[in-house]
Ligand binder design. Structure first.
Ligand code: CA
Length: 728
């Protein structure tokens, strides 16, 4: 071939590539700026159902039903679904982020706010963006996670663990703007450092809506709207009242203030908006869920144990102004960590012969709520999983009918659902074809107990719960029964007849679920956080039709898209699965298609580090003091009782830092590992405190060693971390 011929050949190849590129675009998408531009307009978002091949917003469309009309994949051929390509991330930590697919490109956020863009056909990484989060801020997180991103007008928008909202140029991966969501002008002082963002932003009408997490660390909840093109704040809705001495805050918060007593504002109050938000073009309202009040224990929180508005509630505001329209409080005076933030969706149902536009939420507290979307009127509330704190919900008052003793005023109460939730942040799906809501449901148990007598409420900055974490009750004496842990399963719930239509067996090895996707091919996809698999089920019967060994835990909700006539399934996987100390392999994007033949590499075998701690010589008092401090400040990440299990945080019973107090203090007091998420605790702990914490860990390490290899955890594993459901 001559040089001239070669050049002509290249020209032909280029031409072919351009043609292929054009063919990749759906007709409506072709009107947009093109491939890789994420040119998601207000019109495209409102009419997202007209572009079934795309996945342009967190829940698929504004209804957040996570239902795809694509049906190339169906019950007859899903058995031939295979891995088409995979793309590795930079981390092995828990992945909660549900991806987006826009015009040929997959965008996904990973555990620590790195965003990847992949060519959706080849899997080639187009760019990677790292917002460089401040390590010091990472200690104020129940888990280092991010649940998703928004696409808008050529940009990908994400909230960060250091409470920024950032916009990335979708073509180049370069930062377009970055906004501190808790600026000094709010006058929050030190509290501002305790906010994080883990939820996916939602965009509508040129505004991006985001809330701040951090309820367990003592912050005041809010959701705010920012201009989606510039990042400038438009409005902010505080979910709980502030310090009355700082002046009036308007009628909506004055009403809330009447439901609080004492000095609640010093601990922030909670009510954080950390997951569910739905913009509804039908009513032109923005609905969002609010978290528990802070701290968990209502008696520790405030003397009169009022309703504590607007915590544990669903609230509707006008998206243009943030003006309050209605609220429904699921759990007045919550004392069980029953955040009302589980994913919500809108749907049109025929109830009692009448067509209703409704808002649906299977909540953490175990009840499935149906509300009239325009008014917030409660239409039904029924348990979809095991519930032992309330016998039902009074439809007239909207209040739960509580079970005597469930508030653990005198005796510990083995709560169902436990604080892990009957259902947590893991997205649900609704199929208009079957009329069923697919809930990644859990049976969960957690022992609630009041704090030891005379213990002061935890100051802001610690992990502020107001309960005795890790309370052990003699076997056979747990009230009301002896069950522990989490068992995930898929449940199909009929929101009209208000019952479970089918459910799978609980996962054989226990453990949580992932989020869910439903498709018009009569399929439901769900992963297993414990068993490391992604599966497809028959949407009508629950029969399992396909499974794939992801070699790591699956937590995030999968999505589906269409490209060049092929339907793909995309799942962001990774996390600490049951029985492993760390995620066994890379977290990564997996993309499946019929006949896909890609093969994942085998994970490197994990060898636990040798366990040979220094001798335990400290007094019982010092060890006990260290244990109290550990529980308050360390257990949220590193596990209850010093035993870390099934998490991607270091196991402190095997750290070499146990040998050298100065090295230990370098990390705990001087922030030597701040870049890895272990910020300094110098504001909370003195030198004598860290000696006690280290001695406590040495004692725990020796107990583990004495139990011998293969003994497993010598105390129950951390109840929150094992579920991979980290929240805020
Ligand atoms: Ca919570």
């Amino acid at each position: 071939m001559t040089i001239r011929n070669r050049a002509q050949g290249m020209g032909l190849m280029l031409c072919a590539a351009l043609l292929t590129g054009n063919a990749l675009l759906a007709p409506t998408a072709a009107k947009a700026a093109g491939r890789g531009a994420a040119n998601v307009t207000a019109e495209r978002l409102v009419k997202a159902a007209d572009e079934p091949g795309q996945w342009m917003t967190y829940g698929g469309t504004y209804s957040e039903q996570r239902f795809s009309p694509l049906k190339n994949l169906d019950t007859g051929n899903v058995g031939k679904l295979g891995l088409q390509w995979y793309g590795d991330y930079e981390t092995n930590q828990n992945q909660h982020g549900s991806p987006l697919y826009v015009d040929g490109v997959i965008y996904v956020s990973t555990a620590r706010n790195v965003v990847h863009a992949f060519d959706a056909k080849s899997g080639k990484q187009l760019w990677k963006y790292n917002p460089m989060i401040q390590g010091e801020r990472l200690r104020y997180n129940v888990g280092l996670v991010n649940r998703g991103i928004a696409a808008w007008n050529g940009k990908i928008i994400m909230g960060t663990l250091d409470a920024r909202l950032v916009a990335i140029d979708a073509k180049t991966g370069k930062q377009a703007w970055s906004t501190d969501t808790v600026p000094a002008s709010l006058g929050l002082g030190e509290m501002a450092n305790r906010y994080a963002i883990t939820m996916a932003p939602r965009v509508a009408k040129g505004k991006v809506f985001i809330g701040g997490s951090g309820g367990e660390f003592g912050v005041r909840g809010w959701i705010a709207a920012f201009d989606a093109d510039t990042g400038k704040e438009v409005w902010r809705f505080w979910t709980v009242p502030g310090d009355p001495a700082k002046g009036a805050e308007g009628a909506v918060l004055e009403r809330a203030a009447k439901t609080w007593s004492g000095e609640w504002w010093k601990g922030g109050g909670g009510g954080t908006v950390w997951d569910a938000a739905v913009y509804d073009p039908v009513t032109d309202l923005l609905y969002f869920g609010t978290g528990n009040a802070t701290p968990w224990n209502a008696r520790v929180r405030e003397p009169k144990s009022g309703d504590n508005l607007y915590t544990a509630s669903i609230v509707a505001v006008r998206p243009d102004t943030g003006e309050y329209v209605w609220h429904y409080q699921e759990v007045p005076g919550d004392t069980w960590d029953y955040d009302a933030v589980s994913p919500m969706m809108t749907a049109d149902l025929t109830l009692g012969g009448e067509k209703k536009h409704v808002l649906l939420q299977p909540s953490k507290n175990g009840f499935f709520y149906v509300l009239e979307a325009a008014t917030g009127k409660l239409l039904s509330a029924d348990p979809f999983t095991e519930v032992n704190w309330a016998t039902g919900v009074d439809l007239k008052t909207g209040r739960p009918i509580e079970v005597s003793g469930a508030r653990y005023e005198k005796e510990p109460w083995n709560l169902a659902p436990g604080v892990q939730g009957g259902h947590s942040w893991h997205p649900n799906a609704f199929s208009p074809q079957t009329g069923l809501v697919y809930i990644p449901a859990w049976e969960a148990y957690f022992t609630m107990a009041g704090p030891p007598a005379n213990s002061p409420p935890a100051p802001g900055g610690g992990f502020s719960l107001g309960i005795a974490m890790g309370t052990k009750v003699e076997p056979g004496k747990l009230l009301p029964y002896d069950r522990q842990g989490v068992r995930g399963r898929l449940k199909a719930w009929d929101p009209v007849s208000r019952k479970v239509v089918w459910e799978t067996e609980p996962f054989a090895n226990g453990g949580p679920t992932s989020g869910v996707l439903a498709t018009a091919g009569n399929l439901v996809f769900m992963g297993n956080g414990g068993g490391k698999v992604l599966s497809a089920y028959d949407a009508k019967t629950g029969g399992k039709l396909w499974s794939f060994d992801a070699k790591t835990a699956v937590f995030a909700a999968p999505i589906t898209y269409e490209l060049g006539g092929v339907q793909y399934i995309a799942a962001s996987v990774g996390g600490a699965a049951q029985g492993g100390y760390f995620a066994p392999t890379h977290a990564r994007m997996l993309v499946f298609a019929l006949g896909g033949k890609a093969v994942l590499p085998e994970p490197a075998p994990y060898t636990p580090p040798p366990l040979n701690p220094p001798p335990s010589t400290a007094s019982a008092e010092v060890i006990a003091h260290g244990g109290e401090l550990y529980t308050q400040y360390c257990s949220v990440c590193h596990g209850v009782n010093g035993v870390q299990a099934r998490t991607s945080f270091p196991n402190l019973t095997v750290t070499p830092l146990l040998y050298v107090q100065d090295g230990f203090d370098n990390v705990v007091l001087r922030g030597a590992r701040a870049d890895k998420g272990m910020g300094s605790f110098a504001k909370d702990l003195k030198a004598a405190d860290t000696v006690a914490v280290r001695e406590y860990l040495i004692a725990r390490a020796n107990a583990v060693k004495a139990a011998g290899p293969g003994a497993g955890p010598v105390v129950p594993p951390a109840p929150r971390r094992e579920t991979g459901h980290a929240e805020n």
